[in-house]
Structures are given as C-alpha cells and as structure tokens.
Design a protein around this ligand. Structure first.
Ligand code: ASP
Ligand code: MG
Length: 422
C-alpha cells in the first residue's frame, strides 16, 4: 500500500473564500485516499480569539469582537456556498457553543486551561468549512477531530505530546480509514488524559502535521505557504532573499530555533528521527519545487538572517559585592524553567547575568517577583533579537544601522545582537 501523505495549510491559505478555492485547486489533482490534510484557523482568527480572552480577563466587553469574528466566517461561507447550505447553520451553532464557553469564569489562575478550551475554536470552524467545501466540489474528505488522536499531557497552552498514546490512537482510529478516505483535520489542538482540550503552542499546526506523519508512518509532509519555500531571510522584512532548494534537518532546525517563522520549531525533530522529508511549497505557485528538507541535503554557507521580535532583555546583578557564581545562574534558570521560559540569548559578566526572552503575558512580573530579593534587576522591553547564521563579516553592520545595540555576541558560525530602533 502506498504510504500516507500529509499536507498542511496555514491560516493565510484559508484566509478568505478565494484562498479556500485556491486550496481546492491545489488538491484537485493531488488529493488521494491515503492523505491527511491539516488546516489552521482562518487568517488571524487565533489572534482575534486571544484578544477576546484578554478582554474577558480585563472584564471588558468582547461581544463586538465575537460578532466580528462570526461575521468574518459567515462571509467566507457566502463566498463558497449558496444560500441555505447546511454549513451556515453549522457555523452559527459552533459560534453559539463558543459564546456559551465564554460565559464561564476566567481568572489568572485558570487562564491557561480556559485559553485552551477557547482558542482551538478557530481550527474547528475552519476545518468544518474547508471539509464541506471540498466535498461540495467532489473532493471527498472525512472531517476528523484531531483531539481524538493527538494525545498530550496537561501543560495547557504548551502541551507536550504523549507519543505512545498518539501513535496508538492513530493506528486504531485513523489508519483503517486512510486508503479508503482522505482525512481533513485541525492543527494546533490535542487533548489531555482527561479528555480536556489542549494546544501545542502558537503556530503549532506545522507540528501537528509532523506528529501525524510520524504516528502514521507517512512518506512525506508538505507545508503550503505564501512564500516560495524556505528563504535565507524573511521576505516581509528583508530584501534580496534567496530560496534554498534543499536544507538538512539540522540547518532547518537551527533556523527555527533562532526564530525563523517559516516552520514551527518543533516540526523538524520528529521527522528527522524517522527520516520523513518535509517540503515547503508555495500555495500561490504549487507547481514550483519549493524547498525539500531532508537528511541527505548538501550543507551550505549562505548567510541566513533571522529576526525575533517582542524580546525582553533582563539583567540580574549581584548585590553584595560578590561575583557571579554557578549558584546565581542556577537560581535564575530554576525560575525560568518553572515559568517555562526559554532563554534566547545569554551573556555573563563578572557581576551580572543577562538573558533575552520572549515577551509573554504575566511571565516577566512573575520572574521579577521571585528574584528581586536576590538580585538588582533591570529590563528592557520591545527589543529585537537578530541572528545571522554563517555571517559574512562585511555584511553585519548593514543590519545594525539605525539601531541601538544592547547586547552582542559572535561565534564563528553565528552572530547575534539585541537591537532597538533609534
Ligand atoms: N491557528 C494557530 C495559530 O495561529 C495555529 C497555527 O496556525 O499553526 O497560532
Ligand atoms: Mg497560523
């Protein structure tokens, strides 16, 4: 039997009715019975759901936000279906369920769990609409809830995969269908041992594609994007970008580690472990070859630029005329770990530890609160972390012009700077 193919379509590829029609054309000649199609929420729906949650937390009215979101989805349906199609009632019904859930109590204490019960809604409604539309175009797919096979622990918002259980459910519940029907499902969401909804972290749908591919023993994963493939810099920020025809797993993983948003950072490892190739292709130019990420790629030396925004630089200074010792580093890392904060850059001096972390709701306060008795702490928000892999020495300064550099670090293969616009 031919092996399963996994396709993933992100938010931009389903952002309006024209995009959904384009996705349909991509599938027209490519759909096969042993295929899993993973879709994200439409456009910026997940951001919109996050804003609804922040408003609710702040006890502000969010009814306007939820009606705008509903209107957005209904308008997409209007572009795809004729009046009276059952999808309209389905979408109304899903929004009713969302509104009911939003009636429940939310506080800082249950925020993460509440968040996971809400934000996956974008994927659920999107996958319904796309599945209905494909079927209406004679591309038969079976809609499946990813939460029945993607099993996680209960780390809400950043749930960890239970690989064993996920594999088992994939084999028992989805394998028998594949080969007879393609499956259309959602990225980003899973469920914990009690069956509660969880999410895998923002932009996690790529990771879902990798999880399903690994668990189903797929032959490849294709991520359909609005870029021609993996480029050596984000074309939305930098000019003169170059596309890689192929990349090794390690090189690709390194780029995502430093913040390249073309693929979710967790996507590569599970695929690399079992040698499943990952294709990144353009949904605007589906015939073009894109980028192939696989184990046998020839290494390259092309300077690769990655920018991470919304960064915070925190410096912990020892207060008692001593010097930085292992114990100090340990204390800071212990807190970071407890808060599930990853350090994007670290620099030590004789009397201080400087770290760069992503800005995340509440987390900075919690970090400072715990450590303020031991250190003199300073921080700067709203920074950017620039990483250049394989830097060409003469090229670096161009990226720092017009910026104040707060921290800088260079090794033979990597240059990093924390910068702020002057
Ligand atoms: N919809 C989710 C997000 O925007 C997951 C994804 O798109 O990958 O984060
Ligand atoms: Mg997305």
């Amino acid at each position: 039997m031919a092996k399963t193919l996994v396709y993933k379509f992100g938010g931009a590829s389903v952002k309006d009715s024209i995009a959904v029609k384009n996705l349909t054309e991509i599938l027209r000649n490519r759909l096969r019975k042993d295929m899993v199609i993973v879709v994200s929420a439409m456009g910026k729906t997940t951001n919109a759901l996050e804003s609804i949650l922040s408003r609710k937390l702040a006890k502000e009215d969010f009814s306007q936000n939820s009606s705008t979101l509903k209107a957005f989805h209904l308008e997409i349906c209007e572009g795809l279906f004729s009046a009276g199609h059952p999808i309209f009632a389905q979408v109304q019904n899903l929004f009713l369920q969302l509104e009911n859930k939003l009636e429940l109590d939310l506080s800082r204490e249950n925020y993460d769990e509440f968040y996971d019960s809400i934000v996956g809604f974008g994927e659920l409604v999107s996958s319904r609409i796309v599945a209905e539309y494909l079927c209406s175009q004679d591309l038969l797919v079976v809609w499946k809830d990813a939460r029945e096979v993607v099993k996680t622990n209960s780390d809400f918002r950043f749930a960890k995969i239970d690989w064993e259980e996920t594999k088992k459910s994939c084999s028992s519940q989805w394998k028998p269908l594949l080969g007879n029907f393609p499956i259309l499902t959602q990225g980003f969401i899973g469920s914990d041992p009690k069956g509660k909804p969880t999410t895998l972290g923002r932009e996690g749908s790529d990771f879902t594609a990798a999880i399903l591919a690994t668990s189903l023993g797929a032959s490849s994963v294709t991520i359909w994007k609005d870029v021609p493939g993996v480029l050596n810099a984000d074309p939305k920020i930098f000019s003169d970008t170059r596309k890689f025809d192929e990349l090794g797993y390690r090189e690709a993983a390194e780029m995502t580690y430093f913040g390249a948003s073309v693929i979710h950072p967790k996507t590569i490892k599970p695929l690399a472990n079992v040698d499943i190739p990952l294709f990144v292709k353009s949904f605007l130019d589906p015939e073009a070859p894109g980028t192939k990420i696989h184990g046998a790629a020839i290494p390259h030396e092309v300077p690769t630029i990655v920018l991470k925004k919304e960064q915070i630089l925190v410096s912990f200074k020892v207060t008692d005329f001593t010097f930085i010792e292992e114990l100090h580093i340990h204390r800071v890392y212990e807190r970071l770990q407890a808060l599930k904060l990853r350090v994007n850059m670290l620099q030590l001096s004789a009397i201080s530890i400087s770290i760069v972390i992503d800005a995340q709701l509440f987390k900075l306060d919690q970090l400072l609160e715990k450590l303020k008795s031991e250190f003199e702490i300073r921080y700067n928000e709203g920074l950017e972390l620039l990483t250049i892999l394989h830097p060409a020495q003469e090229g670096i300064s161009a990226y720092l012009e017009g910026y104040e550099v707060l921290l800088e670090q260079a090794s033979r293969n990597t240059f990093q700077a924390v910068r702020r616009k002057i």
